[in-house]
Design a protein around this ligand. Sequence first.
Ligand code: AMP
Ligand code: ZN
Length: 492
Amino acid sequence: MPLRLHNTLSGQIELLEPRNGQPLRIYACGPTVYDYGHIGNFRTFVHVDILRRFLRQQGVPLRHVMNITDVDDKIIRNATAAGVTIHDYTPKYERAFLEDLKALNIEQPEFLARATEHIPEMVTLIEQLVARGAAYRGEDGSYYFRIASFPGYGKLSKKDLGGMEDGARVDVDEYDKDSARDFALWKSAKPGEFYWESRIGAGRPGWHIECSAMAMKYLGESFDLHIGGEDLMFPHHENEIAQSESATGKTFARHWMHVRFLLVEGKKMSKSLGNFFTLRDLLLRGYKASTIRFLLTSVPYRNPLNFTFDGLTESTHAVERLRSFVERLDKGDFPAGITPTLAAATEKALADFTAAMEDDLNTAQARAAIFELVRAANIAADHNELRSGDVPPILNVLTRFDEIFCVLEDHDEEAARFALEWATQEGRLDAAATEALAAYTLSDAEIDDRIAERNAARKARNFARSDEIRDELAAKGILIEDGKDGARWRRK
Ligand code: AMP
Ligand code: ZN
């Protein structure tokens, strides 16, 4: 069965399918690279990733584009404050964004498109709009979109734009959420600001035109799905529709998906409210990358998710429960045969999991189906009712789950080590981070060496030395368990 996904444009749940045997064409608004992203931003990107991975699992080929907004008001403001050009300012944050994607196991799309590399496409689009009477030049050489020329304005956000005033204009990229104004397509060069020379004069593009130009360049005038966080619905996406459809006379994106906010005490997590955590903030407090990814999927994308540290702790336990279950199955020695009730539970879990994902990406129910199977199988194992023939189908369900949720395979150490290196380089390694990540200051090989040294001490009955090494490692959060087949260690 194909995916049924809510479409903001129609307000209905609709099938999402590619057309005419083509790959499914997706445009997702990407980051503005003016600073480190916060985990609210990553809630949106994780859900885009969940969608991507689910579609691929269903055998749907994808052509997915994400923009990097590397010129906008905030970038210009920050670059000016730092005394550098935008080209010297943004690469660091673009790199950081890609590193964060990697830490969170978020795949890169087929195309990453930088705004500053698509200025000619934007200029051409503005010229088309002028030719069609949908855009005009202001006295200072800036260009504006004429909202009154597009009767469909407001069809996505369904806002009552009663206060709309013909000719009222706005220059800033992000503006008032309740009024429709003619918005800037091209801002004429201002003294001291970065600009491009072009056929329509010296200046720089507005934010909205970037996405229209890049989406149509890579996906064509009409495509399947456009995605962003809920705050982009108005005015950004409304403006994208107005620009694109005015230029082509065709439907821009057929399907629109909006991810609801990550909240903190009922308010949007955002830079401007100061109530945010970056991924790196949390890694430096010792939270694992898998924990953060899993937390961000705990509530389906169409409901807001409230961020709490209790939520992070719960998520840590949930991932641990799944991982130790897989380990139990991998390492256990179970009697031959199968247990029919467990076989049925396994089949049901896979069916429920898939049905939940097909039902508007209901990640909460999909996860519940998996935890139900884990509970049933753990109980069976406790009662010696888990048979070796039950194991492969159960592991298969977990593999299907993890192809999408990506938390079982353990990349946490890599992410923690990365955060540690980054914080050291940037001079951000405070006492709390040093303590939280102490276990990662030693590599696996270094720990193995210490363990070997301790084993030798024990063999020589030098228990004082052996205890000393144990305590030294414990102080770094590395715990040793002595078992019958030697000592094993793990990071706390
Ligand atoms: P930006 O870098 O500000 O352009 O945002 C990148 C993406 O993150 C956009 O799709 C935003 O809609 C989304 N976003 C921003 N804040 C939040 C939040 N608190 N929760 C979920 N998504 C968000
Ligand atoms: Zn966009």
